[in-house]
Design a protein around this ligand. Structure first.
Ligand SMILES: C[S@@+](CC[C@H](N)C(=O)[O-])C[C@H]1O[C@@H](n2cnc3c(N)ncnc32)[C@H](O)[C@@H]1O
Length: 251
């Protein structure tokens, strides 16, 4: 299993290029309609990126708890939110061992199910964390969509060139009982199967447009590159995270 505490640079740099703030605000206020104080739990919270995004947008008196297996990331998260009292809290825990209790209004995760071999089991725990009427939100990638949304401005760019490489890599990961490259697209299907209602699905509208000389060094995901950070010419990369959400209406 990857130690995400050692991937802080990657995490922080990608999160700076992940969301349009106006679109995230639109989700909170117009799609998820969070207009009363809520208790939020964030599965696999990392250094608390979603807390940074959510807390300024949700009504006062809302609270947030993040859980993550990485002690290092949780330490960073706690440091960052040191002056938030009990409103924002973090816990080190392995989601596989985590025992949920139905205390929350919202259970959310971002880019976490993609890294776990048992996403459906973790989704069950998210559902078990919310009260009746509560909401479960998963923000997860689909590597197929992401690859379709990549354009690099150079003479040799061929959008199909790496298809076989990627197919082999992702399919074998999945077949080995591991990570699911399509989890973003499957999450709503699991949600329905597990009894959530009023399921909605959106796509993150962020497109990373790298065009300035001093910025031409950005992460190109798995695009057959040796290094995670590849020198790109002018480049567009659609983030394409799938945002799925549904409501728990009791058994
Ligand atoms: C790609 S990062 C996403 C972090 C955060 N949600 C964000 O969007 O910035 C995946 C996170 O899942 C956490 N994680 C992976 N496996 C876990 C497990 N079994 N239990 C708890 N957290 C886990 C990692 O430590 C890491 O912080």
């Amino acid at each position: 299993m990857k130690n995400w505490g050692k991937e802080k640079d990657y995490l922080t740099s990608t999160r700076q290029h992940m969301w349009n703030d106006d679109y995230f605000e639109f989700l909170v206020k117009c799609v998820w309609k969070i207009d009363k104080p809520v208790k939020i739990i964030d599965f696999g919270c990392g250094y608390g990126f979603l807390a940074q995004m959510l807390m300024p947008l949700v009504p006062e008196e809302s609270s947030y708890k993040g859980i993550d297996i990485s002690e290092e990331l949780i330490k960073d998260a706690r440091k960052q939110f040191a002056n938030h009292g009990d409103t924002v809290s973090f816990e080190v825990a392995d989601l596989n061992d985590y025992i949920p209790s139905a205390d929350y209004d919202i259970a959310i995760c971002q880019s976490v199910l993609r890294h776990l071999s048992n996403p459906e089991e973790i989704l069950k725990k998210m559902i078990a964390s919310v009260k009746t009427g509560g909401q479960v939100i998963c923000i997860e990638p689909s590597r197929r969509l992401e690859n379709a949304g990549l354009y690099i401005e150079n003479q040799n760019f061929n959008p199909f060139e790496k298809d076989d490489f990627l197919k082999e890599r992702w399919q074998s990961e999945l077949e080995a009982g591991g990570r699911d490259f399509q989890i973003g697209m499957k999450a709503p299907v699991y949600m329905e199967k597990l009894g959530l209602k009023n399921i909605g699905v959106r796509l993150n509208d962020y497109v990373d447009y790298v065009c300035q000389e001093d910025e031409k060094c950005r992460f190109i995901k798995d695009y057959g590159t040796e290094s995670k950070y590849a020198k790109a010419d002018t480049m567009l990369a659609a983030r394409c995270h799938v945002i799925s959400y549904g409501y728990y209406e009791g058994n």
